[in-house]
Design a protein. Structure first.
Length: 240
C-alpha cells in the first residue's frame, strides 16, 4: 500500500512538471543552417596584347583568261595552312575592339585543262598569305563574338604545262586584296583563349607573263579560310 502511494505521488509530480518543461522547450530558438553564399562568376577582361597560333584549311578559286579575254577555265587550289597572329584589344563595357596582324604558310594547289588550249594544263599554288585587320566584337563575359576586315596579301606560283611535250613554264607573283571574316573565341583561363574563324579574301586580278610565251594570262583569285586559333594574352585576364 505504501509503495502504491509513492508511485501515485511520483506520477502526479511528473504530470505537473510536463507543461512547464514543454513551455521551456517552445521558448528555445530553432537552429537553421544558413544556405551557402553564391560566388559570382569572374568577369573576363579581353583588353591587352596577345600572341597566338592558328591552323586549318583553305581553298583558292583561280580563273584564267588568255590575254585577259579568252576564258581558260577555273580550278580550286585546296590544302592546309598554319601560322601565327599578334594583336591588341580594347574591352569597353561589352564591346571589344582590336587590331591584328597574321602571317601563314599555305599549301593550296590545283589545276585544270585549259578550255582554250586543250593541249595545256594550267595550275595555281598559293604558298603563303598575310592579313592586317581591324576587329569589332561583343562579349558575353567568357565568350567573344567578332567580325574583322582589312588588307590581305597572297604569294602565288603559276604553272603552264604542255601535255604534248611535257614542258612546264612557271611564273610567280605577290598580289594584294581585301579580307572579311568572323569568329568566336572562348576564354579557357585568365590568359588563354581558343576559337574558330572564317575569312574570305578578295584578291585583285593579276597579269601573269610566262617566259618564252607569246601572250599573258589574267588570273582572278578568291580565297576562303577556316582556322582554329589559340591565343595567349599578356597581363591580367580578369577585370579589376
Amino acid at each position: 500500500m505504501k509503495n502504491f502511494l509513492i508511485l501515485t505521488a511520483s506520477i502526479g509530480a511528473l504530470s505537473a512538471a510536463a507543461p512547464a518543461f514543454g513551455t521551456d522547450l517552445a521558448g528555445q530558438p530553432v537552429q537553421v543552417k544558413a544556405p551557402p553564399l553564391r560566388v559570382a562568376a569572374p568577369i573576363i577582361d579581353w583588353s591587352g596584347y596577345y600572341i597566338g597560333v592558328n591552323g586549318g584549311w583553305g581553298t583558292s578559286r583561280n580563273c584564267w583568261d588568255f590575254n585577259g579575254v579568252t576564258p581558260e577555265g577555273c580550278h580550286n587550289s585546296t590544302g592546309g595552312t598554319v601560322g601565327g597572329q599578334i594583336g591588341y584589344r580594347w574591352h569597353i563595357f561589352n564591346m571589344v575592339y582590336g587590331i591584328e596582324g597574321q602571317g601563314n604558310w599555305a599549301d593550296f594547289s590545283g589545276s585544270n585543262v585549259s578550255a582554250a588550249f586543250p593541249a595545256n594544263t594550267i595550275g595555281t599554288k598559293t604558298d603563303a598569305f598575310g592579313l592586317l585587320t581591324g576587329h569589332i566584337g561583343y562579349t558575353f563575359n567568357a565568350v567573344l563574338l567578332y567580325a574583322k576586315g582589312g588588307a590581305a596579301v597572297t604569294s602565288n606560283t603559276y604553272h603552264l604545262n604542255s601535255v604534248a611535250t611535257g614542258t612546264e613554264i612557271v611564273d610567280n607573283d605577290v598580289r594584294w586584296g581585301g579580307a572579311l571574316g568572323a569568329g568566336a573565341e572562348v576564354s579557357l583561363a585568365p590568359s588563354w583563349s581558343a576559337g574558330v574563324e572564317y575569312t574570305h579574301l578578295f584578291m585583285q586580278r593579276s597579269n601573269v607573263s610566262f617566259p618564252a610565251a607569246v601572250a599573258a594570262d589574267r588570273v582572278h583569285q578568291d580565297v576562303d579560310l577556316i582556322t582554329a586559333r589559340l591565343n595567349y594574352k599578356f597581363g591580367p585576364g580578369l577585370a579589376k
